[in-house]
Unconditional design. Sequence first.
Length: 283
Amino acid sequence: MPEQESYIPSMGRPAKADPILQQGSTGPAVVELQTLLTKAGFSPGAADGDFGAKTKSAVMSFQRARGLTADGIVGPVTWAALRAPAPVPVSGLREKIVAEAQWGLSNAAGIHYQQLRPMDGINQRHKLPLNTDCSGFVTLCYKWAGAGDPNGLGFNGQGYTGTLLGYLTSIPQSQVKAGDLCLWARNGKGEHVAMVSEQGSDPLLISHGEESGPYTVRFSSSNRYHSGATVYWLKLPSVDGTTREMPMGAPQMRMRQPEVSGATDAPSEAGLARESESPPVTH
């Protein structure tokens, strides 16, 4: 569950504890907050020590990106997230794909969930405001990073979970790397797709499954929400400079031809209880 940070009066707080800040706060602690936000890629404007509307907006964008309650109040959980070290970055084209998704985290306030085809922003990198769905978001990240179209459609502005599932290579979870995709399907129909931000036993995902996205969420949390759906871990081999054939030892799945009906993906994670996560890589 996201950790709620409500305003708490300073009375009784240990003297060395970080102050709880909100709009209207002023002073050196606000300067530090603004400096940390800028370093994390969430610009509050000048570090002037005045917690105004722009600083609040930056705080809320940071909180959304880290899976925290986006209330604009800076308490101990938000302070800890701001000071947490960034994980070791991934490399090459994968690094660029994940960096585009992280741009989405930093600009979540300007990104809305809408089913549009052709995809909004397909020919305009970092367009804001941006209106897209889950499959549109990951497709944009691949396009903006200079990778191939994960739908196999030459970035014609079409595609959805069905084309991703039909074109990409299915791999075991043990082979998943940052930049790969996690897709849920139910009864043969794609339900949701998210990008892997950090690999591991419980990968960290960047997901745009509802209006509040994009946001970070652990695979285990999303998988509980999509209970009963089949999970596919998907890779575009060209991101590693390899061909599209199935990797050795990978489970074989029938590769379907991309469907180009212009279908889109409806919001699928409204109400998902996201967990507080460590910050993803920033560049």
